[in-house]
Design a protein around this ligand. Structure first.
Ligand code: HEC
Ligand code: HEC
Length: 336
């Protein structure tokens, strides 16, 4: 474990991230990729019917134990797919152990949830139904029964899964929601920049991008999502709670794998739309993006970033905010 941390740090600290201003685009292209239009899956091919049904089911609350909980309760689309609470509240206002990440671009990650304990968006959607803090359904059969009682779903599921004898199943529920989530890609000006338009970013944003690369943020936040590609310890140089002031200490992936080296390890979160998805970190302990950036420098890289560095990085991160299309925001008509 110690060895792994030291080599990781060595990488971030010793690696020469410095480069000339005019090479910014070229250098950025080595670490980042433009967002794909969708996040396809071989196991769950996208069809227009599935995507449409998935969007409807995302708002379906009649399958929760209190009748008020849907995915949209904790991932409101107009709020960029997250609820702005430090920790979400599910059925009967039960508090969840962690902060709700956004559903936008989530499908493009190696796994789901802060600890990576959900394989993909389909696995996540299915298991949320039985989550004590989310839907709180007593069993999958109970959910299927409730869905079957809603007449409109008979037709919708039949049309979407024409080869299934009994199409209303929680697996098909998960496939439909997963399919919709796989379309929630939010390209921004940064993608135009990566595709070659050097004027898509302002001078300040470019300075921030340069800092983001040269101070070493890019060692963990890279790829199309600027995250979601690996697990890392939160607090490599110092304990994270020293700065986040977290009251409860979360052991991270250790509580999933029981491996000592996974203590305080979390999935590196994507930074797409991060401007809109406060409060930050797995426990929503930090409200300000500037503060979150400074803490990252401190506990992940052992660097006390200056105010200018933090401001420039913040400006760059804000260029990752995508526009939400009318089609994404429009509420579906719920079946009766
Ligand atoms: C009670 C609030 C609540 C409800 C209801 C809820 N979620 Fe979440 N969601 C959360 C929280 C909290 C997390 C983080 C859980 C963790 O990491 O331990 C999360 C995580 C996720 C993630 C993982 C994102 C990532 O970056 O890892 C996805 C995707 C997601 N939810 C989609 C859904 C879908 C789809 C539904 C409906 C089937 C749903 N959620 C229902 C609160 C909720
Ligand atoms: C060694 C890997 C690593 C490095 C280097 C790193 N991060 Fe992170 N970052 C993480 C992890 C892991 C988390 C999740 C922490 C948690 O559990 O909440 C995170 C979380 C964040 C968040 C909060 C996101 C959210 O949705 O809550 C921001 C913002 C962020 N990082 C920005 C940066 C910036 C800016 C830098 C460079 C100064 C940086 N990171 C360097 C691993 C890293």
């Amino acid at each position: 474990m110690k060895k792994a941390i030291i080599s990781m740090l060595g990488f971030a600290l010793a690696f020469n991230f410095s480069f000339a201003e005019r090479d910014l685009l070229k250098t950025a292209k080595q670490y980042f990729k433009p967002l794909p239009k969708t996040f396809p899956s071989k196991k769950n091919p996208l069809t227009p019917e599935k995507i449409k049904l998935g969007k409807i089911l995302f708002y379906e609350k009649r399958i929760s134990i209190d009748g008020t909980t849907s995915c949209a309760k904790c991932h409101p689309i107009g709020y960029y797919g997250t609820d702005k609470l430090p920790k979400s509240r599910g059925n009967f206002s039960k508090e969840n152990p962690r902060n709700a990440p956004t559903v936008f671009n989530a499908a493009g990650q190696i796994s789901q949830h802060w600890r990576g304990d959900r394989k993909d968006v389909e696995d996540q959607a299915k298991r949320a139904l039985l989550g004590k803090g989310s839907f709180g359904a007593p069993s999958y059969q109970w959910v299927e029964k409730r869905l079957k009682e809603i007449k409109g779903y008979q037709e919708l599921f039949k049309k979407t899964f024409p080869n299934d004898k009994d199409p209303i199943t929680v697996d098909n529920y998960a496939k439909a929601i997963g399919a919709w989530e796989r379309t929630l890609s939010t390209p921004s000006r940064f993608d135009e920049f990566l595709k070659g338009n050097e004027n898509a970013l302002t001078k300040k944003e470019k300075r921030g991008l340069k800092e983001f690369i040269s101070v070493g943020c890019v060692a963990c936040h890279s790829g199309a999502l600027l995250g979601g590609t690996m697990y890392q310890k939160f607090g490599i140089v110092e304990p994270y709670w020293k700065y986040t002031k977290s009251k409860k200490i979360d052991e991270g992936r250790y509580s999933v794998t029981k491996k000592e080296e996974d203590r305080y390890v979390f999935k590196v979160p994507p930074l797409r739309n991060v401007e809109m998805t406060d409060p930050y970190f797995h426990d929503g302990s930090v409200k300000s993006l500037k503060r979150a950036i400074w803490i990252m420098g401190k506990v992940q890289l052992g660097k006390d970033l200056s105010e200018t560095q933090v401001e420039d990085i913040e400006a760059f991160l804000k260029s990752l905010t995508g526009k939400l299309s009318q089609d994404i925001i429009t509420l579906p008509i719920m079946p009766k």
